[in-house]
Design a protein around this ligand. Structure first.
Ligand SMILES: [Zn+2]
Ligand SMILES: [Zn+2]
Length: 152
């Protein structure tokens, strides 16, 4: 019951929500569900191949759509969107004969800046003096080093 509600909510959106966001969605329907239950069921559903788990940029997001499709992830805010292109068939063949693995699939994720962050970046650069710009640069490098901190 809870698991089905989680699955249904996840399949209604294409925003690739985090577990916390799924929790907020499911809570509209099941006010007494706990965050732990949502976490557990998301893990279970992804282990059983009923949903996709997206791990990139230190964030764990979930996708209710299983068909082979590609994602683009914002390096600044972590937002993930679907990319509307046909699966690149040739990629499957690249590894043929080059590994002893039996390759069953691959993951491809584009990275960049989402429209909101692009806009924010432009405003910031116009208004910044040299010191602030240097500060901003430093925080960028920090983020790159840890790879997990969310940039704002
Ligand atoms: Zn962004
Ligand atoms: Zn997706």
């Amino acid at each position: 019951m809870q698991r089905r509600a989680i699955l249904e909510e996840l399949r209604r959106v294409d925003s690739h929500p985090t577990a916390d966001e799924v929790y907020e969605m499911v809570r509209q329907r099941l006010p007494h569900i706990s965050l732990g239950t949502v976490y557990r069921n998301l893990e279970l559903l992804s282990r059983h191949g009923m949903i996709q788990k997206l791990e990139g940029g230190g964030q764990r997001r979930f996708d209710g759509f299983l068909e082979n499709h590609y994602h683009v992830r914002c390096l600044r805010c972590g937002r993930v969107d679907d990319v509307e292109i046909e699966p690149i068939a040739a990629v499957d063949d690249v590894l043929q004969g080059l590994t002893e693995y039996e390759v069953v699939g691959y993951k491809l994720e584009f990275v960049g800046l989402c429209p909101q962050c692009r806009q924010k970046g432009q405003h910031a650069h116009r208004g910044l003096d040299a010191t602030e710009a240097a500060e901003e640069q430093k925080s960028h490098e920090l983020t790159r080093d840890t790879g997990t901190e969310e940039e704002r």
